[in-house]
Design a binder for this molecule. Structure first.
Ligand SMILES: NC(=O)C1=CN([C@@H]2O[C@H](COP(=O)(O)OP(=O)(O)OC[C@H]3O[C@@H](n4cnc5c(N)ncnc54)[C@H](O)[C@@H]3O)[C@@H](O)[C@H]2O)C=CC1
Ligand SMILES: Cc1ncc(C(=O)O)c(C(=O)O)c1O
Length: 309
């Protein structure tokens, strides 16, 4: 079983992934090109650890692993059996990272990408042992959300997929193997179908952003955590779905570019929480309060869904 992992990229996702892997018994060497990112990651590890305590995530009998922050990519991958690439969602940045790693690792090392949806087949073109490359798509916040997609590209060996699936399972997480390497895999195809429609409704003035969130969170969201989409079809009745989809599908957003509202905001550096303004505005105090309130609620909901309270 894999014991030593390298984590490359410590932005939004990295610290939570490091915390969860070490709680599962892995020793993690963590690296980022940005000193600021490393400092922030150091600061958030303990917070993530506290959340894992509240989730009752136990350490294995062999003991907890460690997180070691290192200064070079070579130190990070030295001795690692698994390298998790977690750099920005840009194929050139990812390819550059693989080129840096490639001469430093042996042919038995698995390289996993946390890409949100770039096909693994495209990524593995930039590495000399493509059979050892796999998608390992965590969901944000990664120390709280237990599901991880596992995706093989055209050249991924089935054993590589099986090893990552088994690793995820062995540390108490929920692997879902995606059978075809489609862009966005499954989670983000479903999420982006929802987000495209949500952005379109707000942009067309059908609803205010706050009301859109109330509608989706208390209508669909709350329900869908308990009853998944396939089960929901049976609960509603396929006859109803047939009738509604016969007129509604044609009216849903089929935009195939990025919505103007999103281009306008990103053009003005309004990225959301990371810049203090996006769809909504946030002060630093509000961000801290929101993050702890969200973690508290997600922990409580997860404990109930797992039948622990
Ligand atoms: N933000 C999210 O909700 C989710 C993101 N992902 C995916 O995970 C990956 C990372 O996403 P985020 O953490 O959100 O990105 P981010 O932009 O917050 O962090 C990326 C980090 O990578 C670092 N970096 C850039 N080039 C590097 C290099 N050559 N070597 C080492 N570090 C480097 C940056 O300094 C930054 O700290 C992306 O592929 C993204 O699509 C996956 C699931 C959810
Ligand atoms: C907006 C958005 N985009 C991508 C992802 C991802 O899973 O890659 C997420 C997420 O919640 O994890 C997301 O919210």
């Amino acid at each position: 079983m894999i014991k030593r992992a390298a984590l490359i990229g410590l932005g939004t996702m990295g610290p939570g992934i490091a915390a969860r892997l070490s709680r599962g018994g892995l020793d993690v060497a963590a690296y980022d090109v940005s000193e600021v990112a490393v400092e922030r990651a150091c600061g958030t590890l303990d917070i993530a650890g506290g959340v894992l305590d509240r989730l009752d995530i136990k350490v294995p009998a062999t003991g907890a692993g460690t997180v070691r922050f290192v200064r070079t990519i070579a130190e990070a991958v030295d001795g690692a059996e698994l390298v998790i690439e977690n750099v920005p969602e840009n194929i050139d940045t990812k390819a550059e990272t693989y080129r840096a790693i490639d001469p430093l690792i042996g042919s038995s090392v698995i390289v996993a990408s946390d890409t949100s949806g770039i096909p693994i087949t495209k990524l593995q073109a930039h590495i000399s042992h493509p059979e050892r490359m796999v998608g390992m798509h965590w969901s944000n916040p990664p120390h709280i959300i237990p599901m991880i997609e596992v995706i093989g590209g055209e050249k991924t060996a089935p054993e590589t997929v099986a090893t990552i699936r088994d690793l995820i399972r062995s540390i108490g997480l929920l692997p879902v193997v995606v059978k075809k390497d489609v862009p966005g895999f499954v989670e983000n195809r479903v999420l982006y179908a929802l987000l495209r429609e949500a952005v379109d409704l707000v942009e067309r003035g059908v609803i205010e952003p706050e009301d859109l969130d109330t509608c989706v969170s208390w209508g669909i969201g709350y329900k869908i955590a308990v009853i998944g989409p396939m089960a929901l079809l049976d609960m509603a009745g396929l006859d109803i779905y047939k009738s509604v989809s016969s007129f509604l599908n044609a009216d849903l957003s089929n935009r195939d570019d990025v919505a103007p509202m999103v281009l306008e905001k990103t053009g003005a550096s309004k990225f959301g929480i990371k810049s203090g303004e996006g769809m909504f505005s946030y002060t630093p105090e509000q961000i801290r309060a929101l993050q702890s309130e969200r973690a508290r609620k997600l922990v409580a909901v997860r404990r109930i869904l797992e039948g622990r309270e």
